[in-house]
Write a protein that binds this ligand. Structure first.
Ligand code: NAD
Length: 497
C-alpha cells in the first residue's frame, strides 16, 4: 500500500480523514511514492486553533530557552543531514550533492535563529525628557504561516519556521504538495529537539487550504515562496485581508561577462549555475550576457554543456536530476520549441533526452540558445529548466540597461577582473542579490535574501535581521517613576543659549 503522508497538528503526527488525496511521485520514474492529503476544513481549523492557543504560552518562554531549542535542532539536523538529503532526493530527483546543499543552507538559518536574543534587542534612550526614559521591545506577532515551493523542500521551510518560532510566534507550514516528505522529516526532528506541542503545525493541500490561511483573521503574517502568478495572488489576497505578507516569486537571472574575466571560471560557473538542479533554482542563471569579445567563449560553453548529463539522484555521474513532473517537462519542451520558432539559434537541444534505466523520467538535456532577443518568449518567461540563453552586447552600460529593463530582480552576477566594472555594476544594477565572480549569490543568513522588482512583493525579506522585523512588532515605552525623596526637577547648571 502506498505510504500516506500524515499531518502535524496539535503536536501529534496524525492521519488525515480527507477524501481528497494527491500523488507524490519519484520524478526519475514517475512512480507514485506516497499520497498526500488535502486537509479537511476541520483539520485546518484544528491547526489554526491550536497554533493560536499555543502562542499564549510560547510567547512567555524565555528568549534564551527558545534559542536553546534552535541549538538542539541544529545539532539534530546536522546528525541527520544525509538521511534528510536522501529523502529529499527521492521526492525531488535532485542529485545527492545538490540535496545535501539544500539541507545545509537550511541548517545555516537555524544557526541564525539560535542567535535570537541579540537579534531581538530593542533600543533605549535615557532621559528622553527630564527623568523620563524611552525604550523599545521587540515582541512576537502571533500565528504566522508559510507556503513553500517544490524546489527547496528543506531550505525554504527552514528560511521560515525557525526564525518565526525563535521570535516567539507559532507557525503553520503548508509545504508543496509535490514534496511533502522532507517537511514531515523536518518536523519529526524539531519535535525530537524538544519543540513544545503546537508551536509548529503542518497541513497539506493546495489552493483551498492556502485560501483558508489567507483569510483566517488569527494568522498575522504569511511568508510565501513560489511562482509569479501565485506569488502575486498571495500578496494581494493576504494584504487585502490585512496581513503582513512577504512573497518571493519568479526570476530571470543574468550573468554579465566582461572580456577581462577568467574564461575557465566563467564557463564552469555558467555550466553549474544554469543546468545544476535542472535549472529549477530561483537563483539559476538563465541568461548569459557576453560583452564584446567574450562572445568567443560561446562555442567552448556549448562544448562543456554537451558533456553534462542528467540522471537519477544516486547516479554519481549525473550532473543534475529530472524535472519535478511530466507537466513541468512538457512546459519546458514547449518553450524550447517556441525559442526555435522565434528565430533563436538552438546550439544544444536537450528536448529528446533519454536516461538509461529510467525510460519514464522527466528528463531534459542541457539546452543552449544564442541570438536571443528580449522580445522572445524564452527571454520573457521564467523557463525553470536546464536552458541557458545567450545575448551579446557591446558595453557594460548596455548590459546594465538590459538587466534593469527585465521585470525580475532576484539575482545577478558579473564576472570580471576589473574592480571598477564590478563596482559600477553593483551600484547601478536593479537586482536584490548580486554576485561578483560568484554565480549564485544567495546571501548567508546573517544577511537577508533580498530579491527585488517582480521577484518579490513586500517590504521585509527572508531570514537575517529583516525576518526578525517581519515576524515581530516593536513596542515603544515612555516611562517615568515618581520618588518623593528625589527632586522631580533638574538642578539646572547648564544654560542653553
Ligand atoms: P507554485 O507557485 O506552483 O507553488 C508554491 C506553493 O503555492 C505550493 O505550496 C502550492 O501548493 C501553492 N499554490 C499553488 N497554486 C496555488 C494557488 N492557485 N493558490 C494558492 N496557493 C497555491 O511554485 P512551485 O512550482 O512549487 O515553485 C517554483 C517557483 O518558485 C518558481 O517560479 C521559482 O522561481 C519560485 N521560487 C522563488 C524563490 C525566491 O526566493 N524568489 C525561491 C524558490 C522558488
Amino acid at each position: 500500500m502506498t505510504h500516506k503522508v500524515q499531518q502535524y497538528i496539535g503536536g501529534e503526527f496524525v492521519d488525515s480523514s480527507s477524501t481528497h488525496w494527491l500523488e507524490v511521485t519519484n520524478p526519475a520514474t514517475n512512480e507514485v511514492i506516497a499520497q498526500v492529503p488535502c486537509a479537511t476544513e476541520s483539520e485546518m481549523n484544528a491547526a489554526i486553533t491550536d497554533a493560536s492557543q499555543t502562542f499564549k504560552q510560547w510567547k512567555e518562554v524565555a528568549a534564551p530557552e527558545r534559542a536553546r531549542l534552535m541549538l538542539r535542532y541544529q545539532h539534530l539536523l546536522k546528525e541527520h543531514h544525509d538521511d534528510i538529503a536522501i529523502l529529499l532526493s527521492s521526492e525531488t530527483g535532485k542529485t545527492l550533492a545538490d540535496a545535501k546543499g539544500d539541507v545545509w543552507r537550511g541548517i545555516e538559518v537555524v544557526e541564525q535563529a539560535a542567535n535570537i536574543c541579540s537579534s531581538m534587542m530593542g533600543e533605549t534612550v535615557e532621559n528622553v525628557a527630564t527623568n523620563i526614559d524611552g525604550y523599545s521591545y521587540i515582541q512576537p506577532l502571533g500565528v504566522c504561516a508559510g507556503i513553500t515551493p517544490f524546489n527547496f523542500p528543506a531550505m525554504i521551510p527552514l528560511w521560515m519556521f525557525p526564525m518565526a518560532i525563535a521570535c516567539g510566534n507559532t507557525f503553520i507550514l503548508k509545504p508543496s504538495e509535490q514534496v511533502p516528505l522532507t517537511a514531515m522529516k523536518l518536523a519529526q526532528l524539531f519535535e525530537k529537539a524538544g519543540a513544545p506541542k503546537g508551536v509548529l503545525q503542518i497541513v497539506h493541500g493546495k489552493k483551498e487550504q492556502v485560501d483558508r490561511i489567507l483569510t483566517e483573521p488569527s494568522v498575522r503574517a504569511i511568508s510565501f515562496v513560489g511562482s509569479v502568478s501565485v506569488g502575486e495572488y498571495i500578496y494581494k489576497t493576504g494584504t487585502d485581508n490585512l496581513k503582513r505578507v512577504q512573497s518571493f516569486a519568479g526570476a530571470k537571472n543574468h550573468m554579465v561577462i566582461m572580456p577581462d574575466a577568467n574564461k575557465n571560471q566563467v564557463i564552469s560557473n555558467l555550466v553549474g549555475a544554469s543546468v545544476g538542479a535542472a535549472g529549477q533554482r530561483c537563483m539559476a542563471i538563465s541568461v548569459a550576457v557576453f560583452i564584446g569579445e567574450s562572445k568567443q567563449w560561446i562555442p567552448e560553453l556549448q562544448e562543456q554543456l554537451s558533456h553534462i548529463h542528467p540522471g537519477a539522484w544516486d547516479d554519481e555521474r549525473a550532473g543534475y536530476g529530472p524535472l519535478i513532473s511530466a507537466q513541468a517537462k512538457q512546459r519546458v519542451l514547449d518553450l524550447i520549441d517556441e525559442g526555435k520558432a522565434s528565430g533563436a539559434h538552438c546550439l544544444l537541444d536537450g528536448s529528446a533526452c533519454e536516461v538509461e534505466g529510467h525510460p519514464n523520467g522527466n528528463w531534459v538535456g542541457p539546452t543552449l540558445f544564442s541570438q536571443v532577443t528580449t522580445k522572445m518568449s524564452i527571454y520573457q518567461q521564467e523557463i525553470f529548466g536546464p536552458v541557458l540563453l545567450t545575448i551579446e552586447v557591446d558595453s557594460l552600460d548596455e548590459a546594465i540597461e538590459l538587466v534593469n529593463a527585465n521585470p525580475y530582480g532576484n539575482g545577478t552576477s558579473i564576472f570580471t577582473a576589473s574592480g571598477a566594472a564590478a563596482r559600477k555594476y553593483q551600484h547601478n544594477i536593479e537586482v536584490g542579490n548580486v554576485g561578483i565572480n560568484v554565480s549564485i549569490p544567495v546571501p548567508l543568513p546573517f544577511f537577508s535574501f533580498t530579491g527585488w522588482k517582480g521577484s518579490f512583493y513586500g517590504d521585509l525579506h527572508a531570514y537575517g535581521k529583516q525576518a526578525v522585523r517581519f515576524y515581530t512588532e516593536t513596542k515603544t515605552v515612555t516611562a517615568r517613576w515618581f520618588d518623593d525623596d528625589i527632586p522631580s526637577g533638574p538642578n539646572m547648571t547648564i544654560q542653553f543659549r
